[in-house]
Ligand binder design. Structure first.
Ligand SMILES: O=C(O)[C@H](O)[C@@H](O)[C@H](O)[C@H](O)COP(=O)(O)O
Length: 280
């Protein structure tokens, strides 16, 4: 359909919204989506490099640990990374590594040597430098792909969740880390949500991925979802520095996985830049 595009905003391409009646249905579809992306990546590249986030995301990966996926997926080709980590010890309740290990990694046969966690034994600055170094080595040998448009790593899939303030990974609204162009990994010491110190992928790395999924549930996210997605949120008041709105893959594809509550402020008429799959 022909439509007028605001001069203030790049038209969105390769974006899709999937809306589900319940988080259980969302988990089922998410498992199928991840399975398909992993199969394609293994077939095309021989590896599947996936970056996870913390928060409630891991609880939506449960179906991957069950039949048929626990048997059919080529787990030996999976390489695990984190798009962000909190500066706490690995055995701390808030460690994204710990949450992922308990809720996912301990239930599937991913090789320990393929799990690239963020150093919890260094300052956040050093941990960010170390993580970028490790990722550079893996890009050199192409375990992680490389973007054709810049030298950024091209993860096969980056899974993100979003906070009610629109933050993704540990990129928070109006934070200077949103401006970084050359760093792959950075750190912050002033997170508005505890703990204050965190390590995070930068936007250039997120946007260079082949596939990005933002998985979000709950009423408290509906306004941020609207601001992140809707064309009618364009204009002079547009939340140009809302991190979730800045997630726009350069060559890849973005899929939003939303439950009905998180999608409740979306205006179907005005969101036609997205291919919508309203799974009611
Ligand atoms: O520390 C953080 O950055 C948050 O925990 C974040 O990781 C979380 O994903 C969102 O805040 C959404 O979480 P809820 O859906 O539970 O609100």
């Amino acid at each position: 359909m022909e439509r007028e595009i605001s001069a203030l905003y790049e038209p969105k391409r390769n974006n899709e919204i999937r809306i589900f009646e319940s988080s259980d249905e969302m988990s089922t579809d998410l498992a199928e989506y991840i399975s398909q992306v992993s199969e394609i990546s293994v077939k095309e590249r021989g590896y599947f490099a996936i970056a996870l986030s913390g928060g409630p995301l891991v609880s939506f990966l449960g179906k991957l640990c069950e039949a048929p996926y626990n048997k059919t997926l080529d787990w030996s080709k999976w390489y695990i990374f984190w798009s962000d980590e909190r500066a706490v010890a690995k055995n701390h309740a808030e460690s994204n590594y710990r949450i992922t290990k308990e809720g996912f990694l301990s239930k599937v046969p991913i090789l320990n040597g393929h799990v690239y966690s963020i150093n919890d034994n260094a300052t956040v600055e050093d941990a960010a430098t170390d993580y970028e170094f490790v990722i550079r080595q893996l890009v050199k040998v192409r375990t992680i792909g490389v973007s054709e448009s810049n030298d950024c790593p091209k993860f096969d899939l980056i899974l993100l969740s979003m906070g009610s303030d629109g933050h993704v990974a540990s990129l928070f609204p109006n934070h200077p880390s949103l401006e970084l162009k050359d760093d792959w990994i950075t750190y912050i010491t002033d997170s508005p949500q505890p703990p204050p110190e965190r390590i995070t992928f930068t936007l250039p790395v997120i946007n260079s991925a082949s596939n990005i999924a933002i998985v979000t549930t709950g009423d408290d996210k509906s306004e941020a979802v609207h601001l992140a997605i809707s064309d009618n949120a364009d204009g002079p008041e547009a939340p140009s520095s809302l991190p979730a709105r800045m997630v726009q893959p350069t060559d890849g594809k973005l899929v939003w996985f939303l439950d009905k509550s998180a999608a409740s402020s979306l205006d179907a008429e005005n969101d036609d830049a997205f291919e919508q799959h309203r799974e009611y």
